[in-house]
Design a protein around this ligand. Structure first.
Ligand code: ATP
Ligand code: MG
Length: 570
């Protein structure tokens, strides 16, 4: 069962296309061999597994090429951002095992960005537009038809300056004016048609700068300049930003080279370069913070860390390990082609990981009592290996006695000869890690339901002794009645009933899988009474489980990470 080669060992693989770019830059001495990346989350939600793909790239490049990866909070929209998110993002990245160099905030640059905006206005490269968002959108044109110039496009520089300053002083109402870059209303790249650089937000204070700023920079104006101020060399992001790249470069061209504004210690020729890779999409889930927030707010899941959520904290609570998540990222790789990854691959990776490490224990989900009529002892302790055949992975103690819980389905009063488990009539069955027994009969209640199964055991058949080598056609699981621990077992399944909820029409909430959580109770081995949150187990024949964060010694809660059966390889 346990292979020599651990699944976690990253397989030798060829360089991905970003690594190839980095190696070429290093070979050509670009930026004097300096490698600096950043991971730039907006603190408006929790990190999800899509972000982890970006994290593995950003931190991975820095680790591999002796560079540094900084964490930058892209906090330019106070309406949706909060310090709660900043804290959880840091916690989740640390849990994944990555180390950032420094922590930056785009809001650290609000003054520099504002000063740059003033410079753009003074150079005739930006103007204040008083039209509504709808009017501006209508004038954008189409990729084949040029846009229409705003009536405010050619207003005098002095007026633009005065109005922009009034915007920042809070004298203009939110939504009434924006600052636009004056570039080219006929450019085939729609992002060049006088993109918005600044908007007014006075309705929400910023989680770091309070009410100091009334105007906030847009992504396109903030992101590239932030990269530049920090000295980022490779600004890696997802493919939807590819069409923004010329604008990223345009804004940087205005302040570097012959326009050098002295805002970077690396000189006039230094420029960060944006590179894009494909986003991660996974079947049967959604990967948008907006939709996840809706699920959380409406109580459709138990929180951001609900084990059905694709968030980092949800995956952790589901029983995913950082190593398994990183192995998954290695397997899917980085390309320029958008696609959808089978959720089965994610499950496959954690199953392979846990297969190597999770101790096996007995748990009885649908119990019926078994009485061993010829067992006269006070009970005994059986020492069983955590993983059969692997004494190096430790052992545990199992209580054995006269009365055991077994699975109801492991006994049939009348069985044909294809049924190898317990049934009266002389067939021998081994109790896992202990004795061989034979069923002798059963007792029923007035409705005909079996309440007790009776059996006899062979005292000379104990596993680990000479008699223990005797083979039976079936082995069944059991838990001793007096010492059994009752566990609440949460059987999680995929969150959505359809493969790609984002591609369906209508409300995505109608597509939730109604059976994504079933709660049952089970009798488990006494050894589990000492289990702590985040301990992993294989419940024999049931699947892989992790102890929930809310679990208490007197109320054990186990979350199903994944089933035992792997459908992915088929
Ligand atoms: P959402 O659309 O869910 O709000 P976002 O892209 O706006 O997500 P950010 O916080 O801006 O979230 O993302 C930070 C970084 O993570 C960005 O570089 C972004 O490209 C990357 N990222 C986000 N989602 C994915 C994904 N599904 N696959 C790969 N990278 C992603
Ligand atoms: Mg974003």
């Amino acid at each position: 069962m346990v292979s020599d080669k651990m699944v976690n060992e990253p397989e030798a693989r060829s360089l991905n296309f970003i690594e190839q770019i980095v190696e070429k830059d290093l070979a050509e001495g670009v930026n004097n061999g300096r490698i600096q990346t950043r991971f730039p989350p907006e603190p408006n939600g929790y990190l999800h597994i899509g972000h982890v793909k970006a994290i593995c790239m950003d931190f991975g490049i820095a680790e591999k090429y002796n560079g540094v990866c900084n964490l930058r909070f892209d906090d330019t929209n106070p309406v949706k951002e909060d310090t709660e998110y900043v804290e959880t993002i840091e916690r989740d990245i640390a849990w994944l095992g990555f180390k950032w160099g420094k922590i930056f905030y785009a809001s650290d640059y609000f003054q520099q960005l504002y000063d740059l905006a003033i410079r753009f206005i003074k150079e005739g490269k930006a103007y204040v537009d008083e039209q509504t968002a709808e009017q501006i959108a209508e004038q954008k044109g189409t990729p084949t038809e040029p846009g229409v110039a705003s009536p405010y496009r050619d207003r005098p520089i002095e007026e633009n300056l005065r109005l922009f300053e009034a915007m920042q002083r809070g004298e203009i109402e939110e939504g009434k004016m924006v600052l636009r870059a004056k570039i080219d209303m006929a450019n085939p790249n729609m992002h060049f048609r006088d993109p918005i650089m600044y908007r007014i937000i006075t309705s929400h204070p910023h989680h770091r700068t309070g009410t100091k700023w009334k105007v906030y920079p847009m992504y396109d104006f903030a992101h590239g300049q932030s990269d530049y101020f920090e000295g980022v060399t490779h600004s890696i992001c997802t493919l939807e930003f590819e069409v923004h790249r010329p604008l990223y470069d345009y804004f940087l061209d205005q302040i570097t080279g012959e326009n050098f504004a002295g805002l970077s210690p690396y000189g006039p020729d230094y420029r960060p370069k944006q590179r894009e890779f494909n986003r991660l999409n996974i079947t049967y889930t959604v990967m948008s913070k907006r939709k996840m927030l809706q699920l959380v707010k409406e109580g459709l899941v138990a929180g951001w860390d609900d084990p059905r959520m694709p968030t980092v904290c949800g995956l952790r609570r589901r029983g995913y390990t950082p190593q398994a998540i990183r192995t998954f990222m290695d397997k899917i790789g980085y390309t320029k082609v958008e696609g959808m990854i089978d959720q089965g691959l994610l499950e496959h990776v954690i199953r392979e990981d846990l297969k190597e490490t999770a101790p096996r224990v007995c748990a009885i989900f649908d119990p019926v009592k078994l009485v061993i009529t010829n067992y006269e002892g006070e009970g005994e302790t059986i020492v069983a290996e955590n993983i059969d055949g692997h004494p190096e992975l430790g052992t545990r103690e199992m209580k054995f006695g006269k009365e055991l819980w077994i699975e109801r389905g492991d006994f049939l009063e009348e069985a044909d000869n294809k049924f190898y488990r317990l049934s009266p009539g002389g067939r021998e069955v081994r109790l896992k890690a202990s004795y061989i027994i034979q069923a002798t009969g059963c007792e029923k209640d007035e409705n005909g339901n079996i309440t007790t199964v009776y059996a006899t055991y062979d005292p000379n058949s104990k596993s680990g002794t000479e008699g223990g080598n005797r083979k039976t056609k079936a082995t069944i699981n059991w838990v001793e009645c007096n010492s059994a621990v009752e566990a609440e077992v949460r059987l999680y399944d995929r969150l959505f009933a359809v493969e790609n909820p984002s591609a369906e029409e209508g409300d995505f909430r109608d597509l939730l899988n109604p059976d994504s959580l079933k709660v049952v109770s089970a009798k488990v081995e006494a050894s589990l009474a000492k289990a702590k949150p985040q301990d992993h187990f294989q419940l024999l024949k049931q699947g892989y489980f992790v102890v929930d964060d809310d679990s208490q010694p007197e109320h054990l809660i186990l979350n199903r990470t994944c089933s035992l059966k792997d459908n992915y390889l088929k």
